[in-house]
Ligand binder design. Structure first.
Ligand code: SAH
Length: 213
């Protein structure tokens, strides 16, 4: 597991690409600049790790595009110590960004193979989530609720109710909603039953699937 000057240079270029695409949050840009994304990818894609693109990982899933990771992280506007729930651990790259931002991270993955692989891998890089869970993100994580933020990293055909109810007042749910194409949607909890809804354009994710596998 090597991180070289060449990788650091490529990463800085990626940070500049993201700035040019409109990412402004310095902490998010710094996180992307710190995390060795190439180590989260299969060896056949190593040369492409610092392109702003999604790539295949195990179990027919993808590591999200850096711009998407940055965009969703920026929307969450995380403060150090915030309790954040991630749905779709996947490669753990987004998890690492949340850790870099100082969040207490809980992350759920439904694919056992990915869950096991990423659970072993993240601590090796020094990223310690509070809890990585093998389970179904549609139901959230009631026992650890409420959360300051919830981020869904797969395309949700509808907004799962438990995720809304597991937000603190003032908390945010960032979720791509739709089947073929998704609209990035943010819900801010204004009161026990009041939510503000904002939309941020189209993205493409692998689907949020029912049940564990
Ligand atoms: N955050 C990841 C993105 C991975 S792609 C990364 O940065 O690499 C989306 C992930 O969501 C996949 O790993 C997929 O297995 C997972 N997923 C899909 N449906 C899910 C569900 N219902 N609960 C939890 N995880 C789910």
């Amino acid at each position: 597991m090597k991180d070289t000057f060449k990788h650091k240079g490529l990463r800085q270029q990626l940070v500049n690409v993201l700035k040019n695409k409109g990412i402004k949050n310095e902490a998010v840009l710094k996180a992307i600049g710190n995390i060795p994304r190439h180590l989260f990818m299969d060896s056949s894609f190593l040369d492409h790790a610092y392109q702003d693109k999604a790539f295949p990982i195990a179990a027919e899933q993808t590591i999200s595009q850096p711009y998407t990771v940055a965009f969703q992280s920026e929307l969450l506007s995380i403060d150090k110590g915030d309790k954040i729930l991630e749905i779709g651990t996947g490669s753990g790259y987004q998890t690492a960004v949340l850790c870099e931002l100082g969040a207490k991270v809980y992350s759920i993955e439904r694919q056992n193979e990915l869950f096991k692989k990423t659970s072993k891998f993240l601590p090796k890089l020094g990223y310690r989530a509070k809890k990585l869970i093998f389970g179904d993100g549609y139901i959230g994580l009631k026992e650890e609720a409420p959360f300051d933020g919830i981020i869904v990293t797969a395309g949700a055909p509808f907004v799962p109710k438990p995720l809304l109810s597991q937000l603190k007042i003032g908390g945010k749910l960032v979720i791509p909603v739709g089947s073929d194409v998704q609209v990035m949607t943010m819900f801010t909890r204004k009161g026990p039953k009041a939510f503000e809804q904002e939309e941020f354009g189209q993205f493409r994710f692998v689907p949020l699937l029912e049940d564990k596998n």
